[in-house]
Design a protein around this ligand. Sequence first.
Ligand code: NIG
Ligand code: FE
Length: 411
Amino acid sequence: MSCDLLIENAMLATMNESAPNPLPYGEIANGGVAISGDRIEWVGAMSALSSRFREDAASILDAKGRWVTPGLIDCHTHLVFAGDRAREFEMRLQGASYEEIARGGGGIASTVKATRRATDEELFSGASRRLSTLQSFGVTTVEVKSGYGLDVETELRMLRVARRLGTEHPVAVRTTFLGAHALAPEYVADRSGYIDLICETMIPKVIDEGLADGIDAFCEGIAFTPEECERIFTAGRRYGLPIRVHADQLSDSGGAALAARVGAVSADHLEYASEAGIQAMAKSGTSAVLLPGAFYFLGEEQMPPVDVLRSQGISIAIATDLNPGSSPINSPLIAMNMACVLFGLNPEEALCGMTRNAAKVLGMQGDRGVLREGSSADLVLWDIDHPSELSYWIGPNPCGAVVQAGVLRLS
Ligand code: NIG
Ligand code: FE
């Protein structure tokens, strides 16, 4: 029983709920983790550690009582884009609303202009910088959406850049095709022509090149109707793409019910979701992804129905929604803090939302987001006295070391 890396004398927040009588955070005090290749070979209390792991370990890291959690998973980002929207931020502070700016040709459309103009290299270097920042805060898996191209070539370019991020950064990248983020400017007089372009040209090309692990659409008054989204999801489902929905962010647009109807893995945002919509999500096993960064940055007042989500037993994930327009937040920990302060989650729910429940949204349940035997060796060693601190500090970075697919990086 040899292993490549043994982490010993750690406080473990395994986030494993399937252990018998789990403590909060799936805590194992004075624990150890044995890693072989990119897998967790063993996890448990030091008192139960086989002496052979210790004797035959290629390297040993003494955690000295520090906390170890699963690597963080940011399951909803728009990491690839060009430019910024700081001028629109100023306009909003002077009283214009996000929707008014969008309807006036700004908003997503202005990032589309900048993204179309940018070279692949420019898109890559901006996204790479933001991704490095997420990684420095303990992110080991990240989802990246397209949606700032809205033409065939730029949508493909964005997804290629996202794939490249996964090959050049020690981080697992999952990509989502979001051609239905906004109506392409060329199609203002032909909405159904744009949906045709998505279904008949973009999706097949994305599939041909193996560029997407999922499909998403923005169901909203300023974007697409449930019927339009459903056409797109039906086309995506033909190729087996798991479905995500930007649902009920700015109004009750029937997004939660749509997500349930199409069997989506998640409905994201949900501020205005109706109780009936949430109940339908519970029946279809659709996860909620809460994005407190967008709620905060847009100065929203309508809260997502957290109590209904809880009482319906819906799995709740938290993500940054990192994007230039509604959530320029480059830290998973600040998103967790906001989930607690603004949405009333507790720090354990917030950490669960960035680990185990986020893994489920990306179809990686069991393999990521928990410390348990057989799962991917993605974990973070934190300079904290208790995991509630991960949702508590605003700004500091307590990430001490990251193990990504079995490889240790000290920060
Ligand atoms: O998740 N809601 C739609 N998409 C983004 C906003 C993108 C933008 O404004 O550029 C979001 O909040
Ligand atoms: Fe989003």
